[in-house]
Design a protein around this ligand. Sequence first.
Ligand SMILES: C[C@H](O)[C@H](O)[C@H]1CNC2=NC(N)=NC(=O)C2=N1
Length: 98
Amino acid sequence: MTLQKLTAQEQTDALAKLSAWSLVDGREAIKRTVTFKDFNEAFGFMSRVALHADKHDHHPEWFNVYNRVEITLATHDVQGLSIRDVKLAQFIDEIAKQ
Ligand SMILES: C[C@H](O)[C@H](O)[C@H]1CNC2=NC(N)=NC(=O)C2=N1
């Protein structure tokens, strides 16, 4: 089945459960920031996300400074949000443990 863009209702429902995530201004994407004790923990987290992302062929946009990781998720293929972003956000929440 081809990948579908989430409907407005699906997006609202998904975001209600992803409390750490918010919509990006002016773009159909979601973002969250995760802060760790130090760079070692932040990079360990990024490594785990990177391996998962590559396995699932769905990659984050992110920015890291020392212990902080800012993450943006979107699906280029649908120019908006898809179930893949929801699943990756859930995985990130699980391993961020915050
Ligand atoms: C060709 C390849 O499968 C696509 O470009 C994949 C790779 N990773 C991706 N990651 C994200 N975040 N969105 C995509 O649409 C996407 N597409």
